[in-house]
Design a protein around this ligand. Sequence first.
Ligand SMILES: Cc1cc2nc3c(=O)[nH]c(=O)nc-3n(C[C@H](O)[C@H](O)[C@H](O)COP(=O)(O)O)c2cc1C
Length: 193
Amino acid sequence: MSEEDLRLAVIIGSVREGRSGPAVASWFVGEAEAFGLFEVDVVDLAEVELPLSLTQRPAPEPAVVLADVGGRLESADAFVVITPEYNHSFTAPLKNLIDWHRSPWHAKPVGFVSYGGLSGGLRAVEQLRQVFAELHATTVRDTVSFHNVWEQLGEDGRLRTTDAAIPAKVMLEKLAWWATALKDARALRPYSA
Ligand SMILES: Cc1cc2nc3c(=O)[nH]c(=O)nc-3n(C[C@H](O)[C@H](O)[C@H](O)COP(=O)(O)O)c2cc1C
């Protein structure tokens, strides 16, 4: 199995008006595509309508949206979560996405690009590691983080960054290693959660 077959879902974890998430994601997607081993799919939670209650029986329309996102997550071999920090944690829409989907994460690697104020979103990342462990996912040690992210946004709204290219490459290398190893392993022996 070659690494060119690897699919990477990049999840934008914030949805608020005026958010920085798309700027961070746009920069990272450029890095991931230049890296050359992943086919990248961006899952923007602002475009995903998931009911907040897991017991709520959704009307047909949300169910269709749900199936679409579920299929995209299921077909991914690896994930990168673009996460801000809200009140020392990650966002509610991100938790909702994770809680709605169980099997797509099983035996797959998850990397993080975080941002925020002083913390650079690192507390959100450490909490996400605990959540993904419950879902049988492997989180990648190396991360990319942006402290005081608003200082790094240009007038065009894009992220001005050169320093983060090296950590991004390190994270992508580890993600590709895990994605390849776990894809091969899942093909050899289906993962039983
Ligand atoms: C509700 C809320 C809570 C926040 N809490 C924190 C925090 O605990 N630590 C931190 O470093 N930044 C915090 N911030 C700053 C955000 O991480 C920063 O504004 C980031 O750009 C938010 O992501 P977004 O622009 O994609 O929504 C908070 C922002 C919001 C809106």
